[in-house]
Every structure is written in structure tokens, then in C-alpha cells.
Write a protein that binds this ligand. Structure first.
Ligand SMILES: [Fe+2]
Ligand SMILES: [Fe+2]
Length: 304
């Protein structure tokens, strides 16, 4: 378990973001990437608080004290991320965006579909199905965290956001730096809770098969809902395309500008998960993430 060999203590850094001078279209001349990435503000609070609820339930099943410490650090970081993105939701509401239709869908995914008794299936609350359902959700978190870790490294290497709104860019960079920092925790926890190597490999592939298309669909759908509310009619027109049309427009834009990760990048990230030797440790550079966290304006503001 690499996280244990090279143990790094996870701390949740206090942050505060003042969006009063930030525009909704925070990447200049790029409404497509701006709205799609803004959509992440709607997904994360519900998703990351759900991570915390699931992870709190796993603590009695973890035997290794270092992993317990990692999981507790992970919970504290994810709760801080969720609160920061809640403040970004307020910012979008202040700019006249109606978030309710998208939030309704997202809350259903994390509250009902992935809740304690999904779709009212009470049987999953009974032992031993309860344990199976907990391990399944831990696996879903691991699959999602594969993307947040890889996107984190993409963000650490990115230069194009240097010309974007500094507060919003810092919010995503701070968050994604911590995603790089804790990128191995979810995988290690899933492995700990599923000790049979063959089942672990097969189940993590099965879960990725579900997570990848849902992840892409939700990102595009939420981004589109925001784009449709843009005051600029030309942007509304792009948002009114089919999801496939919107995604291909996004892909071309991201490829041209590097303002967002391309779909090819996401696909290659998914393919790396297929390897039986895969471990998130090789997906990112912890020192590079720590270097960003040391100079992040939001982190510095509150640590002084
Ligand atoms: Fe996070
Ligand atoms: Fe995370």
C-alpha cells in the first residue's frame, strides 16, 4: 500500500474566497469551458458530503492505523471542499442563475440512488447486504477519485488559467491540489475493504463502467443548464445543442485553448484504470501540489 509506505499527513486547510469581483464567465472569451467547469460547483457539495457520510461508516472496518488517519484527513478535506463550492453556488445565484433543477437531479443521485436504501430498496440496509452496499459505494468513490486525482494533476500543469479570474482559478487549483495530495486514499480504502485481489480487480472495472459515462453525462448536463441561462444568446444557442454536440464543441475548445481537460484526456485516464497494476500514486506529483498549496492566495489569507 503506497500511501502507507510514503505516508503524508493530510490536513484540511482553511480557505475563504471573495467572489465579489469575479465574473461568471471566469475564463476570458470561453463561455463553454467556464460554464462546464462552473457546473462542478453544483455537483461537488452533494457529492463530497456523500463521500464523508460513506467514509465515516467505513472507520470500524479499517485495521491499519495509518489508513484510519488518512481516511479521517480525507473526510476533513472533502468537507472543506464541499463548503467552498457551496459558497460558489451562492455566487452563481447572486448573478441570477437558477440552480434548483440541476441540484434536484444531483441530490437525487447522491441522496436516493447512492443513499442508505437506494430507490427504496430496504434490503440493502440488512446485514450482510449492508456491508456489500458500503463496499460498493467505497468503490464508486475510488472510481470518482481516480478522475479528481488525474484532473488535479492536469490542473497543476495547466498554464492557461493564469489569465482567468484569479479567485475562481485559485478555488479550483486549491481544491485540485488537495485532490492530488489525497489521490491514493480512496483506492487504498477500497482495496482494504475488498481483500480478494481478483474480486477487487473485477469489481473496480465494473464500477468504472458505470461511473465514467454517468460522470461525463452529469458534467455536460449541468454545464448545459448553466449555459442556457447565459445572458448572451450566442451562448444559449451552443447550450441548446444535443449533449453530444455540446461535448464535441467543448472538446474542440479545450484542445485549442487548454482551458479544460479534453475528452481524450479523460478517456486515456479511464484506460489507465484497466491495468491490474494500477495505483493512483503514479497519477500525480504530491510535491507539485504542496508547492501550489503553499502559494495559494486563499490558503495564505487564512494561515497568516
Ligand atoms: Fe474534493
Ligand atoms: Fe477527493
Amino acid at each position: 500500500m503506497n500511501a502507507i509506505v510514503q505516508h503524508h499527513k493530510l490536513v484540511a486547510r482553511a480557505v475563504k474566497f471573495d467572489f465579489s469581483n469575479s465574473p461568471v464567465q471566469w475564463i476570458p472569451n470561453d463561455p463553454v469551458c467556464s460554464h462546464l467547469i462552473n457546473g462542478i460547483n453544483l455537483i461537488l457539495p452533494a457529492g463530497e458530503f456523500w463521500f464523508c457520510r460513506v467514509y465515516n461508516k467505513t472507520l470500524p472496518y479499517i485495521h491499519h492505523p495509518v489508513l484510519i488517519d488518512d481516511v479521517k484527513g480525507f473526510i476533513r478535506q472533502e468537507a472543506t471542499h464541499a463548503r467552498a463550492h457551496q459558497s460558489a453556488q451562492e455566487f452563481l445565484i447572486q448573478h441570477g442563475y437558477d440552480l434548483d433543477p440541476a441540484l434536484k437531479k444531483i441530490n437525487w443521485i447522491f441522496g436516493v440512488l447512492l443513499g442508505e436504501s437506494p430507490l427504496g430498496i430496504k434490503a440493502l440496509e440488512l446485514k450482510p447486504l449492508e456491508h456489500f452496499w458500503l463496499v460498493t459505494r467505497v468503490g464508486v468513490v475510488a472510481a470518482i477519485e481516480h478522475f479528481t486525482g488525474a484532473l488535479g494533476q492536469w490542473c497543476m500543469d495547466n498554464k492557461s488559467w493564469d489569465k482567468a479570474d484569479p479567485v475562481i482559478a485559485d478555488m479550483f487549483r486549491w481544491h485540485l491540489a488537495e485532490e492530488v495530495e489525497h489521490r491514493s486514499v480512496a483506492f487504498d480504502l477500497f482495496k482494504e475493504m475488498m481483500p480478494n485481489k481478483v474480486f477487487f480487480y473485477l469489481y473496480r472495472q465494473f464500477l468504472m463502467l458505470l461511473v465514467f459515462p454517468i460522470f461525463i453525462y452529469v458534467l455536460a448536463d449541468v454545464g448545459r443548464k448553466l449555459g442556457k441561462q447565459d445572458p448572451d444568446q450566442a451562448v444559449q444557442k451552443i447550450a441548446n445543442r444535443t449533449l453530444v454536440g455540446l461535448l464535441s464543441k467543448y472538446h474542440r475548445q479545450a484542445k485549442q485553448t487548454d482551458n479544460g481537460p479534453t475528452l481524450t484526456f479523460l478517456l486515456k485516464t479511464t484506460v489507465r484504470w484497466l491495468s491490474p497494476k494500477f495505483h493512483p500514486e503514479t497519477e500525480g506529483n504530491t510535491q507539485q501540489a504542496l508547492d501550489y498549496l503553499a502559494r495559494s492566495p486563499a490558503v495564505q489569507m487564512l494561515s497568516k
